[in-house]
Design a protein around this ligand. Structure first.
Ligand code: S3P
Length: 448
């Protein structure tokens, strides 16, 4: 297993060409085990995300009495999940969500309605991320949940019990908070109605629709009735993670000789903001073989060397690409003109302060970036030069810097690079597999 402290060196290849098999989508994988854990009966889930975050969810659920087996030889991504019909066991020990806010927040919603005592903790990054946004609506539902620092930080302590539905406006466009409230709402008395100011990823709503819950969505509002019978298990093949694909979309667009194909990539419209943004910048991206599997759309995506220009992005577009903004910043560095990213203050409370960290590290490489409280202004077209940079223990910063290294002069040395294991353990192998060092390819990239 790679150490998170591992150092990786990236030098620019002469061309980028090939196909990448993406890991399963992280957000959908968390939900596949949580919602099937609530169901009555067994579900088969394939292409489960291999990263540590989803493993944290699996471990927590196992400690709560959900039977989860790997089918086939390790490291199989095929799981058999036996649901609890909605009755979870009290965990013998503290539940550890590691680096994963999705694990912590969704399980907090679920455990608020279970008649057991639970304590959920995480690593130092997770224990410094905001939990008040979650605790507040759960309190309104009658949950007994406490956290450090006046209920604003983990570890969280939950004494589950009866809940009532709420009619609530989500101030933060967070799919994690929304999903936590829905998990609590399934176990509450009376209807739960949520009003979103902006759409966030809707995987939970899709799972609930497919598994027999009474849920309706209208525009940005969601109504959910409590469960009158356990959820029906859902077999599914998880689509490839568009958040992992984003690094290669940017790499393909900015490298002068590139043609990359990303097979079976999830294209849920609440996640495709990165494709829209890159297309607006002029990226040559094609979607082929578009289809629906389970209740989620997917496609094969190909990207080629492109001439990018700067864009302005903000408002409701932000939640649709929130995790991809560090990669988008790299695209902005290589674009002609100015790229302005606003309304993205949420990035400051992710696994690290992503506005500060990506701005700092890309600036070390020669980029010109002005940090804003809620985003950044990137003055594109500056030559990047490889140097020593840091991931700040954040998987998305590590992968974005690796992509910047593909177009920088010289060697980019990334410390704490093993952190990619959080979401994409085979990232370095994928990158290696498409990086070629001689001009023999039959592609049609710029200047080829
Ligand atoms: C996620 C939602 C987003 C995202 C995170 C995964 C999810 O967080 O950044 O990586 O699976 O629900 P927020 O809901 O806090 O915006």
């Amino acid at each position: 297993m790679a150490e998170r402290g591992e150092v990786k060196k990236v030098t620019p290849p002469t061309h980028l060409e090939g196909e990448i098999t993406l890991p399963g989508d992280k957000s959908i994988s968390h939900r596949a085990v949580i919602f099937n854990g609530l169901a009555s009966g067994q579900a088969e889930v394939s292409n489960f995300a291999p990263g540590r975050d989803c493993l944290s969810t699996v471990n927590c659920l196992r400690n709560m009495g959900v039977k989860i087996q790997r089918k086939g030889t390790p490291p199989s991504s095929h799981l058999l999940i036996s649901g609890t019909s909605g009755e979870f066991q009290e965990a013998q020990n503290v539940l550890n969500a590691g680096n994963s806010a999705t694990t912590m927040r969704l399980l907090a919603g679920l455990l608020s309605g279970q008649p057991v005592l639970s304590i959920i903790t995480g690593d130092s990054s997770l224990c410094s991320r905001p939990m008040g946004r979650l605790v507040e609506p759960l309190h309104l539902m009658g949950a007994r949940i406490w956290g450090r620092s006046n209920n604003s930080l983990a570890p969280l302590v939950i004494k589950g019990g009866p809940l009532q539905g709420i009619d609530f406006e989500l101030n933060v466009p967070s799919a994690q908070v929304k999903s936590a409230i829905l998990l609590a709402g399934l176990q509450a008395r009376g209807e739960t109605i949520l009003h979103q100011r902006a759409l966030s990823r809707d995987h939970s709503e899709r799972f609930l629709q497919q598994m027999g819950a009474m849920i309706t969505t209208q525009g940005k509002s969601i109504s959910l009735s409590p469960l009158s019978h356990p959820l029906t298990p859902l077999d599914l093949k998880i689509p490839g993670d568009i958040s992992s694909a984003a690094y290669f979309m940017v790499a393909g667009a900015i490298h002068p000789h590139a043609r990359i194909t990303l097979r079976n990539c999830g294209t849920n419209p609440t996640r495709t903001g990165i494709i829209d943004a890159l297309e607006a910048m002029g990226a040559r991206i094609k979607r082929e073989n578009e289809r629906i599997e389970g209740n989620e759309p997917l496609a094969d995506i190909s990207v080629e060397t492109s001439e990018l220009k700067g864009i302005d992005i903000g408002g409701d577009a932000i939640p649709l690409l929130i995790d991809e903004i560090p990669a988008l910043a790299v695209a902005g560095c290589m674009a002609r003109g100015k790229t302005t990213i606003r309304d993205a203050g949420e990035l400051r409370v992710k696994e690290s302060d992503r506005i500060a960290n990506i701005s700092l590290e890309l600036t070390r490489m020669g980029a010109e970036i002005e940090e804003l409280p809620d985003g950044m202004i990137i003055h594109g077209g500056k030559l990047l030069t490889g140097t020593e940079v840091e991931s700040h223990g954040d998987h998305r910063i590590a992968m974005s810097l690796a992509i910047a290294g593909l177009v920088a002069r010289g060697e980019t040395i990334i410390s704490q690079a093993g952190v990619v294991e959080i979401s994409y353990p085979s990232f370095w192998q994928s990158l290696h597999s498409i990086s070629h060092r001689e001009r023999t390819a039959s592609y049609a990239g710029k200047g080829a």
